[in-house]
Design a protein around this ligand. Structure first.
Ligand code: THU
Length: 160
């Protein structure tokens, strides 16, 4: 028997003001997208902005449904739109922010497991890491230089 130890590294910025200027601007776009989320059931609004290598910025937010599992997270709404509209483009950055009417979100809100799996598919396909920034409505911003850090031991096409 041997043990496998997996280490993961994240960067943490104290606030949005510490972010590089281009990321701050993407975060502002994500905040705007967040305000248009359709989340009447959870009242948890998530917004995201994707920067593609063709210069396009794709926005997304969560879209809920009375049949709860039929809804979709912000990240997958955006990433699938990007895949549908710009199939050749690589995704360089994903910036995410979440807010709730139920309680303050002052620490970084990471993408859910299903969204990590979806992002992994594109990172593996494009063979280039995707930088991911995530935060609540205020407070610090966490950053992962690659999806790999957020989903070690990923299930991918090599298993098929
Ligand atoms: N949600 C996202 O949009 N992204 C995530 O990564 C986590 C959760 C949404 C799904 C649902 O509409 C609401 O947040 C509460 O789970």
């Amino acid at each position: 028997m041997k043990q496998i130890k997996i280490e993961t590294v994240l960067q943490v910025f104290d606030s949005i003001d510490e972010l590089p200027v281009n990321i701050k601007s993407l975060m502002k776009k994500a905040v705007e997208a967040r305000s248009k989320a359709y989340a009447p059931y959870s009242k948890f609004n998530v917004g995201t902005a994707l920067l593609l290598d063709n210069g396009e910025v794709v926005l997304g937010n969560n879209q809920e449904n009375a049949s709860y599992p039929s809804g979709l997270c912000a990240e997958r709404t955006a990433i699938y739109y990007a895949g549908a509209q710009y199939p050749q483009a690589r995704i360089l950055k994903i910036v995410i922010t979440a807010t709730s009417t139920q309680k303050p979100t002052t620490s970084p809100i990471p993408p859910c497991g299903a969204c990590r799996q979806a992002i992994a598919e594109y990172e593996i396909k494009q063979k280039e890491p995707i930088e991911i920034y995530f935060m609540g409505e205020s407070g610090s911003v966490a950053m992962s230089k690659s999806l790999e850090n957020l989903l070690p031991f990923v299930f991918d096409k090599s298993a098929l």
